[in-house]
Design a protein around this ligand. Structure first.
Ligand SMILES: [Zn+2]
Length: 251
């Protein structure tokens, strides 16, 4: 079933979040905990739909647990909470692994997560997923980082005739502002955001999303134009914790 039909079906027959799922949600999503009760219901609905949409799997771990699905699923919902679309078409497969890993030929580059366009899979090291959630305001969160990559590629590869994940003009404007920031990072004049963002525009988008959610007040103060544009791109302002969405875009 394609994503719009799938969403419509579940609006008519809404799936429920169970007690165990809600328990892990309250432990693993600071974002969800801060929402108003009305917004929490919308978050739960989207999460319940997405848990049936995404294909969670493990490699060298015994089994996919509810805790894994919630910890990762909540991160996807958080990034996409202001967007109409939140079910990735290409990156539906999400794999959890027991530790940092490498790819053949890249043994010198251990990874804690990656969004792979060869097999359309997002891989995440489970202990680093938990570490990212525990350090809730340090700007390091591998789930948010990889979801940002997935979202950007879903947007860029989406068919223009169909509504894309992000608003084109807002996204283009973000890129113009971000290109200036990339230049500053490369000049060694970075005052906020991880230097890793200077790698390229994709990494800058991903580290911006990590800081946007984990350090929104600092981000807003230090880089107000870029912060405001992030709000436009994602249609939400995380400094408004109870109700971050700017323009309601439906369930
Ligand atoms: Zn990255």
């Amino acid at each position: 079933m394609i994503a719009p039909l799938y969403r419509a079906w579940h609006r008519k027959f809404p799936p429920e979040i169970g007690e165990e799922e809600r328990h892990y949600l309250s432990i693993h999503s600071h974002y969800y905990k801060d929402l108003s009760s009305e917004e929490q219901k919308r978050f739960e609905h989207r999460l319940a739909v997405s848990l049936r949409w995404f294909d969670f799997r493990v490699h060298n771990l015994p089994e996919v647990t509810t805790e894994m699905k919630i910890a990762v699923g909540a991160g996807i919902m958080q990034v996409c909470f202001g967007l109409r679309k939140y079910l990735f078409r290409r990156f539906r497969r999400i794999q959890l692994v027991p530790a940092a890993y490498t790819y053949p030929g890249l043994e010198h580059m251990p990874m804690i997560g990656d969004t792979n366009r060869n097999n359309w899979m997002i891989s995440l090291s489970w202990p680093h997923v938990l570490e990212g959630i525990r350090g809730k305001d340090d700007g390091y969160n591998v789930v948010l980082h990889e979801v940002a990559h997935g979202l950007e590629w879903e947007h860029l590869l989406g068919r223009k005739a169909i509504r894309t994940f992000l608003h084109h003009t807002d996204y283009k404007h973000w890129k113009r502002l971000a290109a200036k920031k990339l230049h500053l990072i490369r000049q060694g004049e970075n005052s906020f955001l991880k230097d890793y963002g200077g790698t390229n525009m994709e990494e800058l988008f991903a580290v911006s999303i990590e800081a946007f959610f984990e350090q929104p007040f600092d981000f807003k103060k230090r880089l107000p134009y870029l912060y405001r544009q992030m709000c436009q791109v994602l249609n939400q302002d995380p400094t408004q914790r109870k109700s971050p969405v700017l323009i309601p875009r439906g369930v």
